[in-house]
Design a binder for this molecule. Structure first.
Ligand code: GN1
Ligand code: MG
Length: 357
């Protein structure tokens, strides 16, 4: 998008800053994100919200602002996001092309990791995500809108997959033949957490639902700084937050790495993450939640594989892709990671069991 348009959108928000530079940040798969450097600090993050994915933008922004405000009030340990309103007083701006935008203050001296390099990041990431869940444990979850209905509902995800499979091109079905078969074989096991949630055996609380490690900001000294991307904060179970962090921290490769021999499970990062996460959450997590965390890691990795496979069969309408087989490569990668988790599953379980009360 050209600079004049971005500048015009930026200036709809309530600030007096002057732009020096605009840089697109390309890490996300859904929204378009721009870092706006200004003459004087603060700098800003301007984001075009994907309206195909998030149907109700005002509910989305209401969630995000409420949660950020709640965290700011409830913990001083970490930074929180600060959303700016437009000059008209709304937390989003709709441009002349019917695109929706939001603006937050850039958090200075922050860095992110696509892939974890050392144990300290795994530990600090655990503390950061654990603290987010701890700080939102007393938030009235009925206040939150479901920004993507049934986002982590396995039954709905299988239904979408089944419907897509009926309508997909024979070419794409053929290309994904092995992955379709693997996914089918996991059906029963991957429904366990859904069942526990539905029967009330796992509590529904405020969860982030996109706790990949690149959604955590760190200081230059590798200390946890801030949880970002509040788009999918919704009522949910803690297992998907634990799971998505483990999925991205413990994979020794990127989530779209094609060389599957590089995809292994880093057990020492897992231990560090668990330590940070469960230390922060010790007062607000139950034994039954703790026991099911390793299954949460597997189930989150699986739901990712299932969703991406569904999108591949749908000709890539949801996730941003850089080449034709990008989504299929992501699926193969995630299924390999599940195999690697299975090899370590007993150890993963023993590790969390130490924190039972
Ligand atoms: C998407 O928002 P972003 O690009 O960080 C996706 C997540 C997936 C992730 C995989 C709203 O995250 O569910 O885990 O890609 N977000 C949405 O990297 O679908
Ligand atoms: Mg996201």
């Amino acid at each position: 998008m050209n600079r004049n348009k971005l500048e015009n959108i930026f200036n709809q928000f309530d600030h007096t800053s002057k732009i020096v530079e605009i840089k697109e940040l390309v890490s996300g798969h859904i929204n378009d994100t721009y870092l706006i450097r200004t003459q004087k600090k603060p700098h800003y993050i301007l984001q075009r919200i994907n309206h195909f994915v998030f149907k109700d933008i005002s509910a989305l922004m209401y969630n995000k602002v409420q949660i950020a405000t709640h965290i700011k009030k409830n913990t001083s340990k970490y930074e929180t996001l600060t959303f700016l309103a437009t000059k008209k007083g709304a937390y989003f701006y709709k441009d002349t092309n019917d695109e929706f935008w939001n603006l937050v203050l850039f958090i200075e001296n922050s860095i992110t990791f696509e892939k974890v390099q050392d144990q300290q990041i795994a530990y600090e990431g655990g503390k950061l995500f654990g603290s987010f869940l701890n700080a939102t444990a007393n938030f009235d979850v009925s206040q939150l809108a479901e920004t993507i209905p049934n986002f982590h509902d396995m039954e709905s995800r299988f239904l979408q997959f089944d419907t897509t499979l009926k309508n997909a091109s024979s070419n794409r079905i053929d290309l994904a033949k092995n992955q379709i078969e693997i996914v089918q074989n996991y059906r029963d096991e991957m429904m366990i957490l859904n069942g526990l949630k539905k029967s009330g055996k796992l509590p529904v609380r405020t969860t982030h639902n996109d706790t990949k490690i690149s959604n955590a900001l760190f200081t230059n000294q590798k200390k946890g700084l801030c949880v970002i991307d509040l788009d999918t904060v919704m009522p949910g179970i803690i297992h998907y937050d634990f799971g998505d962090a483990v999925r991205t921290i413990c994979n020794t490769a990127n989530e779209d790495e094609k060389d599957l021999t590089k995809v292994r499970f880093n057990m020492s990062f897992y231990k560090q993450f668990v330590k940070g996460f469960l230390t922060e959450l010790s007062t607000s997590i139950s034994n039954n939640e703790i026991k099911h965390l390793p299954l949460g890691a597997k189930t989150t990795t699986f739901i990712m594989a299932l969703r991406i496979l569904t999108d591949f069969l749908n000709n890539d309408v949801y996730y941003k892709t850089n080449y034709d087989m990008h989504n299929l490569d992501r699926v193969k990668n995630q299924l390999k990671l599940i195999e690697e988790m299975e090899k370590h599953f007993e150890l993963m379980q023993e590790e969390v069991n130490q924190y039972l009360k």
